[in-house]
Design a protein around this ligand. Structure first.
Ligand SMILES: [Zn+2]
Length: 443
């Protein structure tokens, strides 16, 4: 999967001096708008700001990227370039990456109010995808994924390729958190296809792909990609200002691989990003979270949990904090309390997979919560299945082995076999193939 981590084009050299930061040269793809060479050869000022903004973010400078994007929005494009119309959306996309969600929400709504009724399909698609990305970051997952999906359909129809990866990343991540591996792998496949074409800003796609590989086959399955991300400076810098959950995930995964050097490299890069861009609480929180994990520092984890503007990330920091405290007998009640708080947040943002992991951790403390009770399945389930049986049946009918199902639901394969037997009885089927057929017919 190394093609996900292609080097930037030859000749990219970027100043490392903080005070005279000037992003230089070019990259092959422009956010939302296709190839740089395809557009804006003239002297449009807005386009210049837009381009510099994209370059800066690409190099891990969200602060400079945001300044330049705001300038691109302020300067009016006199030539009605279609790509210039997309600059306000790019600005909002960067606000979302910075988790300045209120500002992003205001900007998006005022933009929608100014926009005319008739417009290019590319603009419509971009608007849907960005709104979905924002809703997803706000924890309004269902609405967010529906918006992104609507935007992707328009983008695929009108050939707005450069928008697709942004949408696929949200869809894959959303599916992964809901333990819907079929949908996750579907979007990871699509991301891989775009990566082969050299899409812009590949870091988030590489990270989602690594997570899917881990969920499917364990962390060893993702080892090559993890090492690739961490040792590739461009990809790592870009990822750290794109996905707040990435740094801590990489430290955790490196830890499982026994690769302390990789974990250290992530922490160093995250702290460097935070040092340069301390105005972003989310970047600081991500650095504290990563460092707290590596150094087993509960104060840093707690600070990260309180600082994250993103609910899922806050829950993740609390889960790691509970992991540290669990080793101390005197902290038993505190640990349970923190785990329950993380469970509540994961449940609220529809993160079934993460919620079921916490349910299992709570069980180790003798606290019973209905497994996957967190799943947002209201009402009666078919054939009188319990929530766990439903989740097992769903994954088995997608073709997963008991081992894989167990890994995704954080239960042992023996427990999976036990639940599966119940499913067979309740649904009057005798094999996985029959189950898959009945499941398909049922839906
Ligand atoms: Zn223009």
């Amino acid at each position: 999967m190394s093609y996900l981590l292609e080097s930037p084009p030859v000749g990219v050299e970027i100043s490392r001096d903080q005070n005279s930061y000037i992003p230089e040269r070019r990259f092959p793809q422009h956010p939302f708008a296709g190839s740089v060479d395809d557009f804006l050869p003239g002297s449009c000022e807005a386009a210049g700001f837009f381009r510099r903004s994209a370059w800066s973010w690409y190099d891990g400078r969200l602060d400079v990227g945001l300044q330049e994007a705001a300038a691109a929005v302020d300067v009016k494009c006199d030539d009605n370039h279609e790509p210039c119309e997309l600059a306000p959306f790019w600005h909002i996309a960067l606000l979302i990456k910075a988790r300045e969600l209120d500002a992003a929400w205001r900007a998006l709504n005022s933009l929608e109010m100014r926009r005319g009724a008739s417009e290019a399909e590319r603009v419509t698609a971009t608007s849907h995808v960005i709104r979905g990305d924002l809703l997803f970051a706000m924890g309004r997952v269902e609405e967010g994924l529906a918006e992104v999906n609507a935007g992707l359909r328009v983008a695929e129809r009108c050939g707005a390729r450069s928008l697709l990866p942004t949408g696929y990343v949200v869809m894959a991540l959303g599916a992964l958190r809901r333990a819907d591996m079929r949908a996750c792998l579907h979007f990871v496949d699509k991301l891989t296809g775009e990566a082969l074409l050299g899409y812009f800003g590949q870091a988030a796609g590489a990270w989602v792909t690594a997570q899917a590989a881990e969920a499917r086959g364990g962390v060893d399955n993702a080892a090559g990609l993890i090492a690739g991300i961490v040792t590739h400076p461009f990809v790592l810098r870009q990822l750290l200002v794109s996905e707040p959950a990435a740094a801590s995930w990489l430290v955790r995964a490196s830890g499982k691989l026994g690769a302390r050097d990789l974990a250290q490299a992530v922490v160093i890069a995250a702290c460097a990003a935070s040092g340069k861009q301390s105005r972003f609480g989310v970047v600081r929180a991500a650095a504290l979270h990563a460092a707290g994990l590596l150094e087993k520092d509960s104060c840093k984890l707690l600070e990260a949990a309180n600082l994250y503007p993103d609910r899922w990330c806050g829950a993740s920091a609390r889960e790691d904090l509970a992991g540290l405290l669990a080793a101390r007998r005197s902290e038993r009640n505190n640990t349970i309390h923190i785990l329950e708080s993380a469970l509540g947040a994961y449940t609220a943002v529809g993160a079934t997979r993460d919620a079921s992991r916490i349910v299992n951790k709570l069980r180790d403390f003798g606290v019973r919560r209905g497994a996957i009770r967190a799943v947002e399945r209201d009402g009666d389930l078919p054939h009188g299945l319990t929530n766990t049986e439903f989740a097992v049946a769903e994954l088995v009918s997608q073709g997963h082995t008991n081992n894989e199902v167990g890994r995704q639901l954080f239960i042992s394969r023996h427990t999976v076999a036990f639940h599966l037997k119940k499913v067979y009885q309740k649904m009057s089927v005798a094999s996985r193939v029959e189950l898959a057929a009945s499941w398909k017919a049922m839906q």
